[in-house]
Design a binder for this molecule. Structure first.
Ligand SMILES: NC(=O)c1ccc[n+]([C@@H]2O[C@H](COP(=O)([O-])OP(=O)(O)OC[C@H]3O[C@@H](n4cnc5c(N)ncnc54)[C@H](OP(=O)(O)O)[C@@H]3O)[C@@H](O)[C@H]2O)c1
Length: 238
């Protein structure tokens, strides 16, 4: 899998899966535009990646719930590169709760804004750079909560709504960008753990999710993997 020299932008990359994705791409020689809400946290992770002597990483602030911040990140990336090979729409605000009333209006607004608006705006503003790539991919970290009929997560209804917005966006974008050779690859994992055994009777791990991303992005251009869906084995709520 040749990812050496790829230019990759990742949102929500200062911790957890976003960070693992940034590290995994960098380990294979990619140049990372690493974004997070907290620029200090982003810089800490980017510096750690660059110091390891792997691919380089540069830190940016990007709050997906704030359109000006999203546009600022896209403009900053455009200042540094004439093309972008991979955009990973990873950042999302998670909230729990069975009942709508379990979250304040402000919290619901930020959940919807991050996935439903920020992700759309960021993709829009980075599309010219992706079009300038010889191997452009948009990777969407969605969720089983974005699948029609999924009910097994304890996520708040606003999180379900936000992930359905992201899924709908990815679905039509995949179809419309296919003629241009831009692959839109979406993952719909159920609740997964950052660390854990990788056995058949265990929860899905972040490592397995990121292996799917690396596999899809590493495929030759005739192979357009549009979606990854996962069978959930543990924690049934229904
Ligand atoms: N973990 C799971 O069980 C699971 C299952 C299905 C899908 N997913 C999806 O997979 C992706 C990564 O999962 P994860 O486990 O790493 O999630 P996570 O632990 O909840 O981390 C979410 C990431 O998104 C960032 N984020 C939240 N709100 C943001 C905003 N407004 N603007 C920019 N970044 C924001 C967070 O940054 P801060 O540090 O600033 O909060 C954090 O880096 C997410 O899209 C998630 O919804 C996760």
């Amino acid at each position: 899998m040749d990812l050496d020299g790829l230019r990759v932008a990742i949102t929500g990359a200062a911790r957890d899966t976003g960070r693992l994705l940034a590290e995994a791409f960098a380990r294979r020689g990619a140049q990372i535009f690493l974004a997070a809400r907290d620029p200090v946290a982003a810089r800490r992770v980017a510096d750690a990646i660059s110091q390891r002597g792997l691919g380089r990483a540069e830190a940016f602030r990007c709050d997906l719930a704030a359109p000006d911040s999203v546009r600022g990140f896209a403009a900053a990336v455009a200042d540094r590169t004439s093309h972008l090979d991979v955009l990973i729409n990873n950042g999302a605000t998670y909230i729990e709760g069975d009942n709508l009333a379990d979250a304040s209006d402000d919290t619901i607004e930020s959940v919807m804004a991050a996935s439903g608006l920020g992700t759309v705006l960021l993709t829009k503003h980075l599309l010219p750079l992706l079009r300038a790539s010889s191997r452009p991919d948009v990777v969407n970290m969605i969720s089983a909560c974005g699948e029609v009929g999924h009910r097994r997560s304890g996520a708040h209804p606003a999180f379900y709504a936000a992930k359905h917005a992201h899924a709908g966006f990815a679905e039509i974008l995949s179809h419309r960008l296919r003629p241009e050779g831009i692959r839109v690859i979406s993952l719909f994992p159920p609740d997964f753990v950052q660390n854990g055994p990788r056995r058949a009777d265990s929860d899905l791990t972040a490592q397995s999710v990121l292996d799917c991303v690396l596999f899809a992005v590493g495929q030759p251009r005739d192979c357009f993997i549009r979606e990854f869906h996962f069978e959930q084995v543990r924690n049934p709520r229904s």
